[in-house]
Design a binder for this molecule. Structure first.
Ligand SMILES: Nc1ncnc2c1ncn2[C@@H]1O[C@H](COP(=O)(O)OP(=O)(O)OP(=O)(O)O)[C@@H](O)[C@H]1O
Length: 283
């Protein structure tokens, strides 16, 4: 399982004078669940595109496992980063193209040069991993529901068996049930040992899943910390246009009034903690 390290990484798009990223130093521990947050245009997508080798740093070094790339990296060096990293783009279902679900999922593994049998197994396993029935394999992906299409797209990335999974706002546009199912699925991928990098604007998702949260602002890394430490710092939250999740806000107010509650918790955990006390119990 690879550790990811960025050392003084900067990046400028060729059509822009301004740097999209400046002096980013960051470690993403192997097996961590890292949430990447920050305002629109703060550099989140640029950062993960660098980790995936889709972009090459203008300065500094990026290491994924044993592979390090810098401004002099060649195309094949960047491709080596991608062997470890799977990238689920925003609205990944927009990239589905094949006539059947199976063919779509098989596209990535085939490009890696895997044999027919290995590809077929990978497709089955990926379908299973995203909770889609095997009999969907021969259906057109375009006849599925939005949530199912997104699962097919994620299966296409999973089929390549990446150790690191980057997801760019994976729940955008999904209804509450599909959102919950997808978040549970990502948590399973994490429990299976993969490193997860989740770009999100939903602080509830940060509170519930992340062990590290990275805050970006105008191309700079503001902090890489725990959700508890971030939520405890009102100034930092405000300066980066971040809001505490509702449960964390309520717990924060109650703690100020002397109620003993953890700094990070979900609404469900808050309800479970408070219910016995409200009923007059002791906990
Ligand atoms: N292809 C591009 N060409 C030129 N500039 C770009 C390009 N893509 C992004 N940028 C610029 O780089 C900066 C960082 O953008 P980036 O997309 O990484 O931010 P982000 O935090 O992912 O935003 P969002 O939350 O809206 O997805 C912004 O100033 C953006 O305008």
């Amino acid at each position: 399982m690879p550790e990811i390290k960025l050392n003084n990484v900067a990046f400028a798009y060729s059509n822009s004078k301004q740097r999209a990223l400046t002096e980013v130093n960051l470690t993403i521990p192997a097996g961590s669940y890292t949430a990447l947050v920050g305002h629109t245009g703060s550099g989140k997508s640029t950062l993960v595109s660098l980790i995936d080798g889709l972009l090459k740093p203008t300065a500094g070094q990026i290491t994924v496992g044993k592979q390090t790339v810098d401004a002099s990296a060649r195309r094949q060096d960047l491709a080596k980063l991608r062997q470890h990293v799977g990238f689920v783009f925003q609205f990944p279902e927009q990239q589905l193209f094949a006539e059947t679900v199976a063919k779509d999922i098989a596209f990535g593994p085939e490009n890696l040069g895997w044999g027919q049998e290995r590809v077929a197994t990978a497709v089955q396993e990926a379908l299973n991993a995203v909770g889609l029935p095997a009999d969907l394999a021969e259906r057109s992906p375009f006849m599925l529901s939005g949530g199912q299409m997104r699962r097919v797209a994620i299966a296409g990335v999973l089929a390549m068996q990446p150790e690191v999974l980057i997801l760019d706002e994976p729940t955008a546009g999904l209804d509450a049930k599909s959102t919950e199912q997808l978040l549970n699925l990502i948590a399973t991928f994490h429990q299976e040992g993969r490193t997860i990098i989740l770009i999100t604007h939903q602080m509830e998702q940060v509170a519930r899943y992340a062990d590290q949260v990275v805050v970006m602002n105008h191309g700079q890394l503001v902090t890489a910390t725990t959700p508890a430490q971030l939520f405890a710092d009102s100034q930092l939250m405000a300066a980066n246009q971040l809001n505490r999740p509702a449960a964390v806000q309520i717990a924060h107010q109650l703690r100020k009034r002397g109620v003993d509650l953890p700094a990070v918790l979900t609404l469900d955990q808050l309800a479970k903690t408070l219910a016995p006390r409200l009923k007059g119990g002791t906990d």
